[in-house]
Design a protein around this ligand. Sequence first.
Ligand code: PEP
Length: 261
Amino acid sequence: MRRKIVAGNWKMNKTFQEAEDLLAELADSLKEEQEYQDVEVIVCPPYLYVEMAHDLSSDEEDETQVYYSVGVQDVSEHDKGAYTGEVSAAMLSSMDVEYCIVGHSERRKYFGETDAQVARKVEQLLQNEITPIVCCGEQAEEREAGKQFEVIGRQLEDGLFGLKPLDFSRLIIAYEPVWAIGTGKTATPEQAQEIHAWIRNLIQEKYGKEIARVIPILYGGSCNAKTAKDLFAQPDIDGGLIGGASLNAEDFVAIINSFEK
Ligand code: PEP
């Protein structure tokens, strides 16, 4: 059985007060729900709210009762020094951040993030015991041209396949077709499953059967309470990376509860 994971990517949303309200509501709902227990829930707010997110992530009296884990949305490729505005993996680790999204299509598009940078960021994170959630996915034109496998294959090859097997086995992969992100156009379960199975097969060719069997591959792209159930029922889809729908506690919890029982 592979891990089941639902991660929320808040992107650049929520003021401090709004963030606190959402996290408190989320923690309350998850406290009530029993079903989520076998699902790893991850919340990736903006950096500024990491400490607050941590404070609200567990029961005040019993800190072993954790409702969600805290992640972030990016990390510097450098370890420290004169890089104004950047946040290092060591800093994240010192704030008990456990997960970090890398190579999100918005970072690739608006900030020119390359596969080589993805590789360096992943290395920084692994050195600091933070689990990278690495995004890959094709753009609409690339799919129309039938190039989705070529594009994703290159992203994985250049961004991740330099890792040693033990390091690679610590990753979470997220397949996020760019045409589905924030567009309301979710990939069909069949489209997503086809890519997930293909990615798993590629991992098997590179790292062998056992690593391919255990590595979680999440789907992301307009996944919501309505579409999550059929997506999560696919054999190679191990959960979701959720943008818009993670900004509402009710919707996010409904997605967390969408795995087959
Ligand atoms: C994302 O940004 O990772 C994402 C999946 O966004 P959305 O769910 O809003 O499409």
